[in-house]
Design a protein around this ligand. Structure first.
Ligand code: 5RP
Length: 293
């Protein structure tokens, strides 16, 4: 693998523990103003420092992410359909490799729709995208999208993941399912798990834990973070599992603690007299090891 490609991959899947926490905010590309993601800039701002990478479209990147960030961008480059259109699987590549490079993308993401009407088109497009992206050392993440009529079971997801990997995808995103190990074992590239529809916070933490235990490198989670009653508490708790090896109980306990914390406000500086005390090295308190960045 070329140095550039390997380097970009290691920005997304952290080499120290082979884990990844990707925050997904690309839903608007076919869903429009998704509930609680109506204003991506406001959603992204408090969460950015807790994710390893951000999955998004170029429109959201240009309008809603500060250019000063050093969080790697996983750029969605496929689209062309909408939730009210005829067929969600009718996607094409909509972003040029030149624009992806201008946006400093660390990886490109596109969906394949195995078993759907436009299966052929999306799989061929994946192959073509890999051809182009490899020329510039940019990894490709294939999203195994599931049509309404298809079940998210291990048989179907193994098929979709394996096809994506055979076309040259460097990372495959799929769903967690029963016998998930089977999906991981038959896919020769790293698998990252999507969060899916909003569920109870503890259940989403359980999903994170099970996915990693089953062999996923991590999660690419969207709705279960920003649709949570406390998105910052939730991403920090997911992070605690992904990078802190926490159990579900530990992570949920952290969620419950953080959920009740008041958001920090920028209080105006008070005119207190300076005390100029020498700094002491206080002993560390027994706080949970959350592995904040
Ligand atoms: C949308 C996507 C999302 O990025 C993916 O589904 C992850 O988000 P969520 O956790 O909300 O499912 O690819 O097509």
């Amino acid at each position: 693998m070329d140095w550039g490609l390997q380097n970009r991959l290691s920005q997304i899947i952290k080499p120290q523990n082979n884990r990844a926490l990707m925050l997904a905010v690309d839903h608007g590309y076919f869903l429009g103003p998704t509930e609680k993601l109506e204003n991506p800039k406001k959603v992204i701002a408090p969460l950015l420092k807790y994710c390893d990478s951000l999955m998004l479209t170029r429109g959201v990147q240009r309008t809603s992410v500060p250019t000063s960030t050093n969080v790697p961008m996983v750029l969605r480059v496929s689209g062309g359909s909408s939730i009210i259109g005829e067929d969600l699987s009718q996607e094409e590549i909509t972003v040029s490799i030149k624009d992806a490079i201008r946006l400093n993308a660390s990886a490109l993401a596109m969906s394949i729709f195995v078993g759907s009407k436009y299966e052929h088109q999306t799989i061929v497009n994946l192959g073509k995208l890999v051809n182009e992206a490899e020329e510039y050392g940019i990894p490709v993440l294939a999203v195994t999208a599931v049509g309404k009529e298809l079940g998210k079971d291990a048989r179907y997801l193994s098929l979709a993941c394996r096809i994506a990997a055979e076309q040259g995808a460097h990372i495959v995103k799929t769903y967690y399912c029963d016998n998930f190990e089977k999906v991981v074992q038959s896919c020769p590239v790293p698998i990252i798990v999507a969060g899916g529809k909003k569920i109870y916070e503890r259940d989403a933490l359980q999903l994170t834990y099970d996915a990693i235990k089953g062999g996923a490198v991590g999660v690419d989670m969207g709705r279960n973070i920003w649709q949570s009653e406390n998105p910052v508490a939730m991403i920090r708790s997911v992070r605690y599992i992904v990078h802190g090896n926490a159990t579900v109980d530990q992570a949920f306990k952290l969620y419950q603690t953080l959920r009740n914390e008041k958001p920090q406000q920028n209080k105006p500086q008070q005119n207190k007299p300076q005390q100029n005390k020498p700094q002491q090295n206080k002993p560390q308190q027994n706080k949970p090891l959350e592995n904040k960045k």
